[in-house]
Structure formats: C-alpha cells, structure tokens
Design a protein around this ligand. Structure first.
Ligand code: UN1
Length: 512
C-alpha cells in the first residue's frame, strides 16, 4: 500500500481529524505511537488516557447505562442494526486499517470486519430473544419463572490480534442486553479501536444514545488495573495472555465482580491414518501459518499417526516452501509480519529452546527478509519435529508466531493424552474418516478433547460467530460470541408469584 493510500484509509475513517490522533508522530508525554509491523514505520500517535479522563469516561458510561437499560431490547437491536450497516459501509477501510496496524493479510483484515458485521446481525436477532424460562411451581397457584436484566457498564479488554472483532463480540451483545461498554484496546492497535468505536458511538449518538460505546486507551497500570478494581464494572471481559487473565481474574474476584476470560490457546490437530490428507494439510497450513500464527486458535501442535507422519510432514514442508511472505496488503501474500520486534525475539527464543530440547527444524527456523521492508517483523513459518520420546517442554508454551511442533503417536488414546497434556484448552481438531475415531475424540463422557472447541475435519482456527467461543483450563473458561454467551452480559432473576390467597411454603414446611 502506498503512503497516499495509507492517508486515504485514515481519512476515510475520520482518523486524520480525530482529537485523540496526533498526526506528527514522535513519542511524547501521554502519547503512544502505533507502528506498521510490515515496515516498522509509525502510522500515527494516539493520546493516552490518564486517571482523570478515565474517571470521566467511566462516569459517562455509568450514566448512559441508566438511560440505555430502559430502551426496549428490540429498539436497542435497531441501534445495533444501524451500527452493523455502518460497519458494512466502512468494511474496506476498516479491513485495510487492521492490515496496516497489525499486519493481517488483506483477506483476513476484511474477514475480521465481517466477523463484527456477523455478530451485529446475530445480536439484532437476539434482541427479541433474551428469553427466560418458566418452571412449574410445586405450590398451587404459584408461578415460577426467570427474567434476564441488564448488568451495567462492561469493561472490555482486547488483544492486538483481533482489534475489531473481539470488541464486536462483546459490544454488540452487551448493547442488546442493555449494557454500555468501556473498551480498553491493546496499545498495539489503538487506531483500529478509535475508528471502530467512533462508528458505533456516532450511530448510537445520532439515534439519541450517547455514551453507550466508550473507549479508554492506556497502560495497564493506569487503566487496566483501575478497570479491574472498579466496582462500577460488574463484568470485565478480557482477552489476552494467561498472565494478564490471572491478574484480572484475581482483582475482579476480590470485589465479587464477574470475569469473562479468553486467554491463551495451545491448540492441537490430530491426523489419523483414515484421514483425507489433502483436506488435513490445507487445514494445518491455514491453522498454523494464517495470521502469521497470531490467533488464539492457531494450530500449534500436530499429532500424527506414526505410519503417515513422514509422508504428511513432507506435504506440509512442500506447502510451506511455496507460501508467500511479505507486504500484507500485496496481492498473493499469505503471511504478513509479526506484531513487533519482541514477538520476533520470542519466536527465535522458542526455536532455540526447541533445538536444545532435541527438536529438529524441518522447514523455516528464522527471520525472513522481505525486500523493500527492512524494518518489517517478518519470520519464516516453521515446523519442528519433536524427538521420538515425545518430550518437548517448549511445546507446552504458547508462542504467538507461525511455529508448529509435530508429534508422532501410536494409539488414539496416546494421541488424546498428548493432546490434553497442556495447560490451555481453547481449540482442537481431529482429521479422520473413521466414525469411531471421531466419536472417541468427542466422547460425551468427557474423555476426548478437553477444549472449549472441538472440530472434526475442520481446523482449529476460523470459528464462526454462531457458536460459543472460548476454552477451558488456563484459557479461562469464558464464552463469547454466539449460542447463549449473551447470558454473561445479563443478570438472572428468579421470580415466584403467588396469585392465590393461601400462604404456602416450599418443601412442605408448615409454619402456622
Ligand atoms: C482470537 O484469536 O482471539 O476462530 C479470536 C477464530 C476467529 C477468532 C479468533 N474467528 O480463529
């Protein structure tokens, strides 16, 4: 993308004249610079919040909540519908901004914005379906039922890698549920957040609802810690590292707040001898290499039956050699840069450790140089074979990079044990054409995959919004997006109504 096009993207999203955006880019007090990871060059500076602007924003959100919760849910849905329409209009520019700021290839940048549009559509339908149950009462002339009520301002903390869609999952559902949101985006992707929130806020304001969508941008010690400890947030929904989640979880729990955590993943894909290997190879390449390995759902471990391991890994090696690395906005690129220099160092450190632990680099293994972009944070997608013993401690860690560890297995029980042997439990997949094998992986007794997401003949990444998204164990246990995830953004009230004239107690208790 030329610099004229950069300017056009920023202009079409109103970022050139936004009060938070500082065009002359040099770091200064209270300003951070958002860099383009493909070039290492600055895009623009962004003004950070301090304690007093944080306070103003949260107070505004809390006031807006009192008005917003009284708007009927289907009418809230109409506001979300208008936001979805506006995001549709800006899909191209927002997608380009995602590419510019976090280095996603064009089609993935657009795909991410589509994910926000999809969740907006989902939320519109939901705005007429926030159902509570009715239950038969054990007492005559009594009615027992539940209703779902708005919860309050929701603190939404997001990571750099989905700078638009993860906000959408939270903010669109929260909005139809009657909640306001205060969004704290990653400091690595503040421009996408400013542009996205400005669209939602502008639409809501023009329909008479200011303050429903707000943004705070700041460091963890000034903003993150404050949010977690702030009793005005009954729910903090946080996406990011296990380390961050552990801290947020503890602080929020100590004030009896609720958390919705979507933390690390260490997703594995099992390939059995009956699998369609062509299908499996495509899924592994997208899962491990797509988004330069920077999705929570990225395929990080391949667990393959020993009898087909060499043949299948050779197919992968051949495919890896043809994958084009480079400018994420150039036609034909499949792998863009990592987010920053630190991510590159972590990738290199993981490879060094894997080698020291007996791993063998089959393809890739280092930085990639892209001509014309000496400052870009590019690396080669890498496959490392674990030693025969299957012992490779580094593979238990999530390294946010296109780094795939390969393990061979002998029995499916062995494969599933290896699969479940990590701390995280987000996404998982098996490739098989044998219904007994897929049945074992999805065993309803819980002895198969221990993850929140378990797929058959579909890869670990690229979930649709219609299902609940999230995982178990160190992934944090939260569920966002589809299915009944909306319930996290509301409070449940159980109601007993006595429409008779007799005093009756439950459990047959007599008190006369
Ligand atoms: C994330 O990486 O935090 O399933 C979200 C996927 C995407 C969402 C990923 N729909 O890969």
């Amino acid at each position: 993308m030329s610099s004229a096009m950069h300017t056009e993207v920023l202009r079409s999203l109103g970022l050139d004249s936004h009060p938070r955006v500082v065009p002359g880019v040099g770091p200064s007090d209270g300003v951070i610079v958002s860099n383009n990871p493909a070039t290492g060059q600055p895009i623009a500076g962004v003004r950070l919040d301090d304690a007093s602007s944080y306070e103003r924003t949260v107070a505004q959100s809390a006031e807006a909540f009192i008005r917003w919760r009284s708007v009927p849910a289907p009418a809230r849905g109409q506001v979300v519908r208008a936001i979805g329409d506006e995001i549709r209009k800006h899909k191209d520019a927002l997608g380009a901004l995602v590419s510019l700021e976090v280095g996603k290839i064009r089609s993935e940048g657009l795909g991410e914005v589509q994910e926000t549009i999809d969740i907006a559509d989902f939320a519109v339908g939901l705005s007429r379906q926030l159902h509570g149950l009715t239950m038969p009462s054990e007492r005559p002339q009594h009615r027992l039922m539940e209703q779902w009520l708005p919860l309050g301002p929701i603190g939404v903390i997001t990571a750099f890698n989905f700078p638009n869609a993860v906000w959408g999952w939270n903010a669109m559902l929260a909005a139809v549920c009657g909640d306001t949101t205060v969004w704290k985006p990653s400091l690595l992707a503040p421009l996408t957040a400013i542009a996205t929130n400005a669209i939602a806020d502008h639409v809501a304001k023009s329909m008479g609802h200011p303050g429903v969508f707000t943004l705070v941008i700041g460091t963890d010690d000034v903003v993150g810690e404050r949010m977690a400890a702030d009793p005005r947030f009954p729910l903090i929904s946080a996406t990011g590292s296990c380390r961050m989640g552990r801290r947020v979880g503890q602080v929020v729990a100590s004030r009896f707040g609720r958390c919705l955590l979507e933390l690390g993943g260490n997703n594995a894909l099992i390939v059995t001898p009956s699998a369609d290997l062509d299908l499996a190879a495509k899924a592994v390449v997208f899962g491990a290499v797509g988004t330069a390995g920077q999705r929570c759902t990225t395929t990080r471990r391949l667990i393959i039956h020993r009898s087909i391991a060499d043949r299948f890994t050779q197919t992968l090696i051949n495919a890896y050699k043809t994958v084009r690395i480079g400018d994420p906005l150039a036609e034909g690129t499949l792998v863009g840069p990592l987010i920053n220099a630190r991510a590159v160092e972590q990738f290199e450190r993981a490879i060094a450790q894997a080698k020291a632990q007996g791993g063998e680099v089959l393809v890739g293994g280092g930085r990639a140089s892209v001509s014309g972009a000496p400052g870009g944070h590019y690396v080669q997608p890498t496959i490392i074979r674990a030693p025969d013993s299957g012992e490779l401690p580094i593979a238990k860690e999530e390294t946010f990079a296109p780094l795939l560890y390969v393990f061979a297995y002998d029995t499916l029980d062995h494969a599933i044990a290896m699969h479940n042997s990590v701390e995280q439990g987000l996404s998982s997949a098996i490739f098989t054409n044998d219904m007994r094998e897929s049945g074992r992986f999805l065993n309803p007794d819980g002895s198969g995959s221990d993850c929140g997401i378990a797929n058959v003949n579909a890869g670990t990444s690229g979930a649709e919004i219609g299902g609940a998204f999230g995982g178990e164990k160190a992934t944090g246990g939260g569920r966002e997006s589809g299915s009944d995830s909306w319930k996290a953004y509301m409070r449940r009230q159980t109601i007993t109504v006595n429409f008779g004239s007799t005093f009756a107690l439950a459990q047959g208790i007599r008190f006369e």
